[in-house]
Write a protein that binds this ligand. Structure first.
Ligand SMILES: [Zn+2]
Ligand SMILES: [Zn+2]
Length: 403
């Protein structure tokens, strides 16, 4: 700035977000107040997180279980060579915070299919997916639906990309968009039990930074519209251009064609369950047990509630080759493939499982953490008198400090 200018400071509100405020429909306060979860810190996730930092998003939770590899550097503006081997979520969070210290970034080294409880989904305004597999998309979709959180999906390969958004409870959801073949593949993977949870780790989609930035740009633009659309509802006369809710934006980089398709809601879809009676509690997963959850639920729905579990509860593992049986109290989706093998002969052991929990089960005094529950989980309880969903709310202090 010239010396002459500095003698005449004119306050025109020219801060970091000034150019954004010039946009007629823009409300920077909506961005500042927003909590957003980004699942996946790969090629798409890097671009999504970068955009959210530039836009001044309030709180951004970044979820990824992977570590930075040198091959990520061609598509990940938030990673540096010296980050090799470090958790992607944490590296992305600190790089994004350096881009814009106004925002709060929380990096969680976690697998969205088992470590991220519904209470985390419930505490964000929108979820943005930067994923490369159906299982994680389906997990996000079901979680978002239960707690009423909109989500924006994106997918890319080297020449094609797609963006779509889903807003519970009334629009088509991600599972509604799946074809018969997709459902068959997923049912087969689910039937593979313990190994299914690990299967998606192998997925590797080829893409370029250009495709990732195009599709991530549209995803974040859509998320910004969704955030604004809620505040527009409260401001009569303010109108926003259409969103991608219930639709898909397709882009083909070989021809530069892009088009919109409409999805149809499937009323028989398995993903439309809603949790409408969530109760916050003082419980935390490091000390709470299923017995305590059941006793608490009894206050709301009467005696003998049946507690739903995020995956099957393994009670024992049996080796058919050497005939040994070992008690093993853990949620199936938290068991690693090597743990399921017989320590004596190496054969894959067969689990005996519960699909629900009721008072009296042998694992009911083991803590939720030891049983493999995620953080800030919400457990549904049903009895003849009704239903309630018990949130393990005190986990918020450690997972989302300051929230
Ligand atoms: Zn659906
Ligand atoms: Zn054996």
């Amino acid at each position: 700035m010239s010396a002459e200018k500095s003698h005449f400071p004119i306050d025109i509100g020219e801060d970091r977000y000034w150019r954004l405020r010039l946009i007629s429909w823009w409300n920077q306060d909506v961005l500042r107040a927003a909590s957003i979860m980004v699942v996946g810190a790969g090629a798409l996730g890097n671009e999504i997180i970068k955009n959210l930092a530039l836009l001044g998003a309030g709180t951004v939770i970044i979820v990824d279980f992977d570590r930075v590899e040198l091959s990520n550097l061609s598509r990940s503006p938030l990673f540096r060579a010296q980050d090799e081997g470090k958790p992607k979520a944490q590296v992305a969070a600190s790089a994004a915070e350096a881009l814009n210290p106004d925002c709060r970034f929380i990096g969680l080294e976690a697998d969205v299919t088992r470590d991220i409880g519904l209470g985390i989904f419930r505490r964000v305004d929108v979820v943005i997916g930067g994923l490369d597999n159906r299982e994680a998309r389906l997990a996000i979709n079901r979680a978002c639906w239960k707690v009423g959180t909109p989500w924006v999906d994106g997918a890319v390969d080297d020449t094609r990309g797609i963006v779509r958004s889903f807003v519970p409870p009334d629009t088509p959801c991600y599972e509604c968009t799946l074809g018969e073949q997709d459902r068959k593949i997923m049912a087969w993977r689910e039937s593979c039990g313990i190994l299914a949870a690990q299967a998606h780790i192998q997925d590797r989609t080829p893409t370029t930074p250009t495709m990732a930035s195009i599709i991530a740009g549209i995803q974040v633009h859509e998320a910004v519209k969704l955030l604004h659309s809620r505040s527009c509802l409260q401001t009569p006369g303010q109108r926003l251009s259409p969103t991608l809710v219930g639709k898909a934006f397709y882009f083909d980089a070989t021809t530069y064609d892009c088009f919109i398709i409409d999805y149809v809601r499937n009323e028989d879809c398995m993903s439309h369950e809603l949790f409408e009676n969530i109760v916050e509690t003082q419980l935390n997963s490091e000390s709470a047990t299923l017995a305590e959850v059941a006793d608490l639920a009894t206050r709301y729905v009467g005696a003998n509630p049946v507690i739903g579990l995020p995956s099957e509860m393994v009670k024992s593992l049996k080796c058919n080759r050497c005939g040994s049986t070992q008690p093993f109290y853990r949620l199936a989706h938290s068991i690693r493939a090597e743990e399921a093998r017989c320590p004596d002969c190496g054969a894959e052991r067969l689990p005996e499982v519960d699909v629900e929990y009721m008072r009296g089960a042998p694992y009911e005094d083991i803590t939720l953490k030891e049983l493999g529950f995620g953080q800030l989980e919400i457990l549904p309880a049903v009895s003849q008198r009704g239903c309630v969903q018990i949130e393990i709310s005190s986990d918020a202090k450690s997972v989302l400090p300051g929230s």
